[in-house]
Design a protein around this ligand. Sequence first.
Ligand SMILES: Nc1ncnc2c1ncn2[C@@H]1O[C@H](COP(=O)(O)OP(=O)(O)OP(=O)(O)O)[C@@H](O)[C@H]1O
Length: 255
Amino acid sequence: MLETRNLTIRFGGHVAVDHVSCAFAPGTLTAIVGPNGAGKTTYFNLISGQLPASEGQVLLDDMDITALPAPLRTRRGLGRAFQLTQLFPNLSVLENVRLAVQARHGGGLNWWQVWRDRKDWLEEARELVAGVRLLDKQAATAASLPHGDQRKLEVAVLMALDPRVYMFDEPTAGMSVDEVPVVLDLIRALKARRDRTILLVEHKMDVVRELADRIIVLHHGALVADGEPAAVIASDVVQQAYLGQAPTAGEEEAA
Ligand SMILES: Nc1ncnc2c1ncn2[C@@H]1O[C@H](COP(=O)(O)OP(=O)(O)OP(=O)(O)O)[C@@H](O)[C@H]1O
């Protein structure tokens, strides 16, 4: 179980994440939504350790990991897609995924001959590369890929690491229309396993509505709604703070 307690960060006088307390259970996909600047990415950064909390805690299986740097949180099972640093730019698509498979099996990230000979790991890597539709580019270096392909490769690397907590920050942003379903299918398959905690920051409400078991809403850094998707989307707080800001008929007349 991943949990944040009163998690807060201030930038000068600005409170970007404001005492957010929330628990995320395995087998649940939680979408984090909110207007631009609401604090979603900053909340992710606090959970994954990219930013230090001003106040509050991050707990993983009841262990306080607030003081741990990002790599140690990763080692404990927090996995975040879309940190380009995860990729080795000069290695091929297949090698990037193979190294992640190797890391998961405890082989570390050293490029030793002995690990290269593990045909089963190579096969697993190839299946993951096929899953993101990059087999035809398996020999290309990560650096040479167009943006959408790099993001798909990041998903494959994350799947290869198979963390207990998956964090996706706008997974389909910058992807072409034919790439989007590939990534959504993978998230769907992951969700169907029902054994992983999945956090998803996503602006596209149709995606959120379809994938999320639960939605939390951040607004000005604070948690303002939390619950079952249909109810949260219909709630006044979301309609006003996020979705429409559509004035009611009465307000239109008054304006
Ligand atoms: N390193 C930083 N220094 C100063 N202010 C920051 C920093 N990081 C984020 N902020 C501020 O914190 C607030 C929350 O930003 P954040 O990027 O988390 O919002 P968001 O909900 O992810 O927005 P978007 O949907 O546009 O990605 C914003 O006002 C932003 O300017």
